[in-house]
Design a protein around this ligand. Structure first.
Ligand code: MTE
Ligand code: MO
Length: 352
């Protein structure tokens, strides 16, 4: 039995919500259904006085208004984003943080200015290794007062699909998703995508801020340096079939022909295969995949027909990407509760 959820974890869980899994039916997640994670409070940002500053080791420091950013060439990508802590609540012992189960994910159409084009203008000097992205949101974490900050290696920042986004699903960013501007790095876990962005600083030594050096690392022990998290490991999820009961969410499915449907993604490579088991993992069948060639960073739809027979069944789905990364059947424990991409298990009762 995992330890009970504390009131502090519940406090985080009600502020930062997941995507209800039935929303896997939408290729682009309707905005209010996209997951949400903010470490501190949603800041109030006045779009008129707000500026984006690009400084540090650059030849031409820039200070841009929102209007100036809007006036630049815009690009758009459909991007699946997942929190690095997704699956944390299934680890035991569990790290004290947002207690996600499987649903810290969403897919959105982000529109904005190319970061590479702005960097070309600012011209990072010889010796720059990283860019530090700073949000305006402020708080204390493990005793350290800070604004939310994360860095990105220069080569990654220069990818032509990295965006400074001011629109999502055709609307200005809503307050909770980073108004007026956020970073979008397709393929990387959520923490990379700094919201309420106000400063980009070019540096010649690796950034040692809290979110980089202390958080978001795979560690077995406190005294380890750990491995920094970057790209999303593969994961497949299914729309839980049938109907739930309230409040247990135990599910009942009608016997006969069903179609299991879900989506799968990986930050490393395209999804190569999704296998589905309807007998608790004894036997597996490959699902049919439906890729969207125009959206390489969006999740891939999968489906599999299932002839449901009366009784108990445990449904599982398991993704493999084209780089050969496959989801594990059992969670891999780490101190921070990160990157637990163990397969989803959906128990159901099949009735006539
Ligand atoms: N400024 C700022 N950016 C942030 C965060 C934050 O707390 N502050 N949370 C990060 C984390 S941990 C995740 S998972 C994603 C969540 O993005 P969303 O809330 O738009 O889904 O934003 C990232 N960007
Ligand atoms: Mo996250």
């Amino acid at each position: 039995m995992p330890e009970p959820i504390s009131i502090e974890e519940l406090q985080l869980a009600v502020r930062n919500h997941g995507m209800p899994l039935e929303a896997l039916r939408y290729p682009v997640t309707p905005l209010g259904l996209h997951y949400l994670l903010s470490h501190y409070d949603i800041p109030a940002v006045d779009p008129v006085s707000w500026r984006l500053t690009i400084d540090g080791l650059v030849s031409r420091p820039l200070e841009l208004t929102l209007h100036q950013l809007h006036a630049r060439a815009a690009t758009e990508y459909v991007v699946t984003m997942e929190c690095a802590g997704n699956g944390r609540a299934r680890l035991s012992p569990r790290a004290f943080s947002q207690p996600w189960l499987d649903e810290a994910v969403g897919t959105a159409r982000w529109r904005g200015a190319s970061l590479a084009a702005l960097l070309e203008e600012a011209a990072p000097r010889e010796g720059v290794v990283e860019l530090v992205f700073s949000g305006v949101d402020r708080g204390t974490e493990e005793g350290v007062e800070q604004v939310y900050q994360r860095s990105l290696p220069l080569a990654e920042a220069l990818r032509d699909d990295v965006l400074l986004a001011y629109q999502v699903n055709g609307q200005p960013l809503p307050p909770q998703h980073g108004f007026p501007l956020r970073l979008i790095v397709p393929g990387w876990y959520g923490m990379t995508n700094v919201k309420w962005l106000s400063r980009i600083t070019a540096v010649d030594t690796p950034f040692e801020g809290h979110q980089q050096a202390s958080a978001y690392r795979l560690r077995q022990r406190e005294d380890e340096e750990g491995i920094p998290l970057d790209r999303m490991l593969p994961r497949a999820l299914m729309v839980p079939p049938g109907v739930p009961s309230f409040p247990t969410r135990e599910r009942t499915v009608s016997a006969g022909r069903q179609v299991l449907v879900g989506r799968a993604w990986s930050g490393f490579a395209a999804i190569a295969q999704v296998r589905v088991s309807t007998d608790g993992g004894l036997t597996w069948l490959p699902a049919e995949l439906e890729r969207d060639a125009d959206s390489p960073w969006a999740w891939t739809r999968w489906e599999l027909p299932w002839k449901a027979r009366r009784g108990q069944a445990v449904l599982l789905c398991r993704a493999t990407d084209a780089s050969g990364n496959e989801q594990p059947l059992e969670p891999r424990w780490n101190l921070g509760g990160y990157a637990n991409n163990a397969v989803q298990r959906v128990p159901v009762t099949v009735v006539e």
